[in-house]
Design a protein around this ligand. Structure first.
Ligand code: DX5
Ligand code: ZN
Length: 215
C-alpha cells in the first residue's frame, strides 16, 4: 500500500487545527510540510513556528520539504520544531553529502528532492546515504500545477538504481498527483504520494485520502 502524505500547503490555514484533526483521523500516513524561502523558489510559504504548532497536533510523521537555500543552517531548528524527515534540494546543496550526514546525526531521516530537470543519475554516488528521494513532478514553489509526464520515466530509472544496489530508499512523488494519475505513478515504482490540492480541495478529503490509499 502506498504511503499517503497530504501537503498542508493546500489546507485552510485559518482552520489548521481542524485540518490536522481531519488528517489524524484519516488514513493519511504523513504530514507533508512545504517550506519555501522566496529565494530558492519564487514563493514564500510557512516556517518553523507553524511546524512547531503542527507538531503538537499530530503524532503522525512530519515530512518536511525544504525549498530553501542553505538548508544546513536550519537543520537543527527543524529537528527542534518536530521534523521526522528532512528533505533538502539537490540544487540547493553543493555539499549534499555533508547535509545528509548532518540530518542523520540529528536523528532525522534524510531526504533529497530533485527538480524536474535534474537527472536521478546525479544521486548515484550518494544514494546509500539517502532515506527518501522526492522526485518533483512540478517545478517547486506552488501547489495546484499539472503533473509533468516525464516524471514516470524518472521513477522507473530510480527504482532500478535502488533495486540494483539492494537499498530500501523510498521514492516520493510531489506535485500534480491526482486520483487519475496516481496508479501509473505507483506502477512505475513510487512509494509515497504527496497530494495537496487533490486532497484539500476535494469535497471529502478523508474519502480522497482513503481512495489514494486503496490504489
Ligand atoms: C510544490 C510543493 C508540493 C505541493 C503539491 O512546490 O512541494 O508539495 O504542495 O501540491 P499539489 O499536490 O497541489 O500539486
Ligand atoms: Zn512538497
Amino acid at each position: 500500500m502506498p504511503i499517503i502524505a497530504p501537503s498542508l500547503l493546500a489546507s485552510n490555514f485559518l482552520a489548521l487545527g481542524s485540518e490536522c484533526k481531519m488528517l489524524n483521523e484519516s488514513e493519511a500516513d504523513w504530514f507533508h510540510l512545504d517550506v519555501m524561502d522566496g529565494i530558492f523558489v519564487p514563493n514564500i510559504s510557512f516556517g518553523l513556528p507553524v511546524i512547531e504548532q503542527i507538531r503538537t497536533a499530530t503524532s503522525k510523521i512530519c515530512d518536511v520539504h525544504l525549498m530553501i537555500e542553505r538548508p544546513g543552517e536550519y537543520a537543527e531548528a527543524f529537528k527542534k520544531a518536530g521534523a521526522d524527515i528532512l528533505t533538502v534540494h539537490y540544487e540547493a546543496c553543493p555539499h549534499l553529502h555533508r547535509n545528509l550526514q548532518q540530518i542523520k546525526s540529528l536523528e532525522m531521516k534524510a531526504g533529497v528532492a530533485l527538480n524536474p530537470h535534474t537527472p536521478v543519475q546525479f544521486l548515484e554516488d550518494v544514494l546509500d546515504d539517502i532515506d527518501l528521494v522526492c522526485i518533483m513532478s512540478v517545478n517547486p514553489g506552488f501547489g495546484g500545477q499539472s503533473f509533468i509526464p516525464h516524471t514516470i520515466d524518472k521513477i522507473r530509472q530510480l527504482k532500478k538504481m535502488i533495486k540494483d544496489r539492494g537499498l530500501h530508499t523510498l521514492i516520493e512523488i510531489d506535485g500534480g498527483v491526482t486520483l487519475t494519475n496516481a496508479k501509473a505513478i505507483l506502477n512505475a515504482g513510487a512509494d509515497v504520494l504527496v497530494a495537496g490540492n487533490t486532497v484539500f480541495k476535494s469535497e471529502n478529503p478523508t474519502a480522497t485520502i482513503a481512495a489514494l490509499k486503496a490504489l
